[in-house]
Write a protein that binds this ligand. Structure first.
Ligand code: NAD
Length: 280
């Protein structure tokens, strides 16, 4: 029997409703700052959709822009001002930044309680300590979707392919906290296919070859969450998983597009809501 689809758009819609109720219950209007260096104007599609959703949730959205020629000192100084501004609840650094700057390093300078993308030592360390703060959005979305299948994660064998700081590692830790037995794989792993085949829950966050994980890698009935995004040209994207063959074997599967992506966006606002509650 073909797998059931873990529909990211439907899950995102349900989360949006919860978020709306959560933001409405706050005693203040939170503010999200989109900080960018070298972006011509505020019209990039990503920022447009951030703004639209912020407004729908009753969140103030401010774009703070520095010119492409801004020095590292100027960027750090502006970031520190935003960190210290009590009117700012959350900050997103829009990537990429111009070549003379280091985006990853700059993002780590955002104050941890305002770093709603959660990619810094404090927020990542907090996951290890099981004291969740801002959780990396894609990892959180992947685990949310796996849980949405309704399959009992307690004691399940989870295999995560990919060990990046933003997806693979935090997703593994989150699954561990859901009582999965977790195996983390990467580009140097041996017997990848056999390991994948042992998974009750398979999360792929690779991004090198569209459809590299085929149906013969999947345990019958498994939950498959495909984080990968590979541009296959003509404006189309595919995931790490070969959907056609994998969906004949899996019990549950996320499509690409329409799986992890839409839920990731909601997780950003989930982190903002959590941050607002703490700051309140
Ligand atoms: P990354 O390049 O930082 O990490 C990729 C990981 O895959 C590495 O740990 C590497 O060891 C592993 N890997 C590479 N080739 C492999 C192979 N042949 N076999 C096994 N493991 C292999 O990437 P990332 O930032 O973690 O992103 C992973 C994918 O997820 C990308 O396609 C990215 O576009 C996508 N992504 C999606 C979202 C979303 O919202 N859906 C968000 C972030 C990233």
């Amino acid at each position: 029997m073909p797998a059931q689809i873990l529909d990211g758009k439907a899950v995102a819609k349900a989360i949006k409703e919860k978020l709306a109720a959560g933001f409405a219950a706050l005693k203040f209007k939170p503010k999200l700052v989109s900080f960018a260096v070298g972006v011509d104007d505020g019209t990039t599609s990503y920022r447009k959709s951030q703004k639209k959703q912020a407004e729908a949730l009753g969140v103030a959205y401010e774009m703070v822009d520095l010119p492409e020629s801004a020095t590292a000192e100027q960027v750090v100084s502006r970031l520190r001002e935003l960190n210290g501004d009590p009117g700012v609840t959350g900050i997103i650094l829009q990537l990429p930044v111009p070549k003379h700057l280091n985006g990853e390093q700059l993002a780590r300078l955002i104050a941890p309680q305002k770093n709603i993308e959660g990619i810094d030592e404090v927020n990542l360390g907090a996951i290890v300590m099981k004291k969740y703060r801002n959780i990396p959005c894609t990892a959180r979305a992947a685990v949310e979707l796996a849980a949405h299948s309704g399959v009992d994660l307690n004691g399940a064998n989870a295999v995560v392919i990919g060990r990046s700081t933003i997806v693979g590692k935090p997703a593994s830790l989150l699954l561990l906290d859901r009582n999965c037995t977790v195996t983390m794989c990467h580009s140097k792993s041996k017997n990848l296919k056999e390991i994948a085949k042992s998974a009750d829950v398979l999360v792929t966050a690779i991004g090198t070859k569209a459809g590299m994980v085929t149906g013969d890698w999947i345990k019958p009935g498994a939950v498959v969450v495909d984080v990968g995004i590979i541009d296959i040209g003509e404006g189309k994207i595919r995931g790490d998983v070969d959907f056609d063959s994998a969906s004949q074997v899996a019990g549950w599967i996320t499509p690409v597009p329409g799986g992890v992506g839409p839920v990731t966006t909601q997780m950003l606002y989930m982190n903002l809501l959590d941050a607002a509650k703490v700051q309140q």
